[in-house]
Design a protein. Sequence first.
Length: 114
Amino acid sequence: MRLKLVLISALIAALVGAGAAIVIILSVFSSFKPVTAPGLLVVSTYLLPTVATILASVFVYRHTARRRRLQAALTAIIALLLTILFFVLASIVRLLPPAVGPIQPQPGPQHNIS
């Protein structure tokens, strides 16, 4: 079994599929103006990881000599798990509060003694 081919293909498929979907989600849906008809954008966020996974599985299937179906299925499973992992990591990073610089002390009330 060509384990390197399976792992590298699954990793690239997950990076391309989940990365493209995450970029679409963060750039389009987090903007301040609302999207009125997001039909094709929503479908593309589901379709991109699926197409990338299928292409990686077909690539592995065509470039291996033995146990083709097993390696293609293993590529698909690993790619889907990595895609889910990337989505979870992106949502965790998105929910983190922004980094704040050093806190400056607030000036207290000024008392005029005269």
